[in-house]
Design a protein around this ligand. Structure first.
Ligand code: TXA
Ligand code: MG
Length: 331
């Protein structure tokens, strides 16, 4: 395995032997763990069926669960999806950024059927994280990338999280430090007359609705990620080892506490462990800390993590979605 540690503030990371060999590995059909602004992705050439099959194998992911393809620009994305006026408005407003659009797939798209699970639609994203964009541009390939964790586990926001979870199956691991958004992209479906929120994520519903000028509907039966056609959000997901209890009103000596905001719950001082997602009550900071907090509290060896209530507006919708799934009964 090759580990490439890079400093995004230095201007020359693109012109290094490490950059060359990461591109060469992807073109040979190997997997690379690549940072984006949301989470670390497990990337492969989306036009190469064998390479995409390796993603499913490494993650232990069901093959009926399609992948997001990452592209360097709106123009590159237009080669694969059919953009209507709504898609253009969202792409203009939020790309590069933590937004994925599910669009009708172009017949001429080179993205393989395994990446789209044979669906007539395709999930596309132009990430703000420059490494994924660079690799896609340089290889000239759309890069399919789910989060770089074993299926059903906590998503990785640091290179070490990827190594802990997937280690040996990786050709290349690229370390550019922690992800700034820290929660996966928001997925919007634009395949029928209603824009649909398929997954809340790092871009808030309110921001998207302001650009669309209409509300986002819930996923329909045939586009919902909970349906067998695209089940990326199976109800138990993002699971820590400990049991997660929601809406805690007090802490317990035996348990770890996932807190939020300046007000401390009764008993917080004597809890086994505590992680405050944002002492000032900032939801963006809380989102960036969420998966690190789950991993940290898990490492305390606790059997139970109690989570304080988090507001449900803005990025709170995505945080609560992940907490709810982490608390769901394990299948
Ligand atoms: O932030 C992110 O989105 C990260 C980074 C790496 O970009 N990726 C990510 O991928 O979270 P993943 O595979 O963990 O989640 C992709 C989701 C799944 O829920 C999948 O079902 C959904 O996208 N999806 C993909 N194609 C779809 C389609 N054609 N229709 C409906 N849902 C789709
Ligand atoms: Mg995932």
């Amino acid at each position: 395995m090759q580990r490439w540690t890079l400093d995004l503030d230095s201007s020359d990371w693109r012109n290094t032997p490490d950059a060359e060999s990461a591109c060469a590995a992807l073109l040979r059909g190997e997997l690379a763990a690549v940072p984006t602004e949301t989470v670390y992705g497990l990337a492969a050439d989306a036009t190469n069926g064998k390479a995409c099959a390796r993603i499913f194998e490494a993650k232990g992911r069901p093959q009926f669960n399609p992948l997001i393809s990452h592209l360097p620009s709106v123009e590159a994305a237009e080669m694969h999806g059919i953009f209507d006026a709504r898609a253009h408005a969202l792409a203009r407003a939020f790309w590069p950024g933590p937004l994925t659009l599910v669009l009708p797939k172009r017949e001429t798209s080179s993205i393989c059927d395994l990446a789209t699970a044979g669906l007539p639609s395709v999930a596309l994203r132009v990430p703000a994280g420059p490494v994924m964009r660079f690799l896609s541009e340089k290889t000239g390939r759309p890069l399919a990338a789910p989060s770089a964790n074993r299926s059903g586990r906590i998503s990785p926001t640091r290179a070490q999280d990827v190594l802990d979870d997937l280690g040996p199956s990786l050709g290349v691991v690229i370390d550019a430090g922690p992800c700034s958004v820290g929660i996966e992209s928001t997925i919007v479906g634009l395949v029928d007359d209603k824009p649909r929120l398929l997954r809340p994520g790092g871009l808030s519903r309110e921001d998207i609705e302001a650009v669309l000028g209409e509300p986002l509907e819930a996923a329909s039966a045939d586009t919902s990620p909970d349906q067998p056609s695209a089940p990326g959000m199976l109800s138990s997901h993002y699971a820590p080892n400990a049991a997660l209890v929601l809406n805690a009103s007090e802490a317990d000596r035996e348990d770890a506490l996932l807190s939020f905001g300046p007000e401390r719950l009764p008993g917080a001082e004597t809890a086994r462990a505590e992680f405050n997602l944002s002492p000032t009550g900032d939801l963006a900071e809380a989102a960036a800390n969420l998966f690190i907090a789950m991993r940290t509290l898990d490492a305390s060896g606790t059997r139970t993590i109690r989570a304080q209530v988090i507001p449900s507006f803005g990025l709170g919708e995505a945080i609560n979605d992940r907490l709810k799934r982490a608390a769901a009964p394990r299948g």
